[in-house]
Design a protein. Sequence first.
Length: 366
Amino acid sequence: MTRPRVAFDVTPLQNMNRVRGIGRYVFGLARALAAQQEVPIEFWGWHDDRPFDVHPPHRGLWLRRFGLPRTRWGWFLGPLGMRLRSRLSRASVVHITDPRALVWLGAATLTTVYDLIPLVDPQWQRTGSEWAAYQKYLARLPAAAGLFAISTQTAEDLRRELHVPPPPVYVAPPGVEIPPPGPAVAPGEKYFLYVGSADPHKNLPVLLEAFARSTSLPERLVLVGPWYGPNVKMLDDWLRGHEGLQGRVRYQGYVPDDQLVALIRGATALALPSRQEGFGLPVAEALAAGGVVIHSRIPVLTEVSKTAALTFDPDSPQELADGLQRLSQDAGLRAALREKGLARARELTWGLTLERTIAVYRSLAQ
């Protein structure tokens, strides 16, 4: 069998990114690439915990992890692994999907840029080793053979903040799949749902303030996502300072996909108050699950939902509170948004992203 000339990085499925938006993007695109037969792909990853089986004409190149931990030393271990795989591979095109693993190789190197939020968000902490490593990552981007941006917003940020192209930028948004029919969570508790991290750009104080103002709501607020200790402490401190939220807000932690779909279907609505997003995958996935969505009125999210969601000013807790009240009280509005949401989700497939990605691979591998 001829060895593939294109390599695709799946290491985000084997580190802390697996439970974040990066991991969901990489998994969806990797699965689409593995299903096509036109361009053989060499999937690059770690030997332990392989994310899926690889079948001809594709192959896997799995490297041992050197005994180092998965969640530490990422800015060091990721590039080192890429260099070693490059020496073992005949690929002439390498698509690196983990920002922490970005390094330029002898092959034409592509990378996916999910967002530039640490650069464009004024609330981001720009000190310490993480920020220094991120700056080095940004400095490497202009040397790429090409950049995949997951949204028009990310492509515009690249042009505005880093003055690219060159290199060429290709918009390759994630797709979603419509989950099979299934039950929502057990009836009884009414709740609004938030899915995501507690990073500053997620704008959680606005959601909490809106909920604190909505004391007549019968719903609770359920928060879901891969948070860390300081994030949970921040939430606890915030709740202690707002009597109106006592007993009305619950952090549920990370939730597996099947349980998440049930939570989305059972919620009055999913609320996303972000000031910045790379794409807004929770919105797309909630629409696909048949959920109702209310999100901040920012271009990247309205690009995803079109007219299938309620929107609000991300700086206005009162406008969000009014929207929560409308959704809580108006079953007809919720039903109409569910119908629109499913129709919109059917348009958000992996087909377009696969087509654009394969076209770039072909142009560079010739």
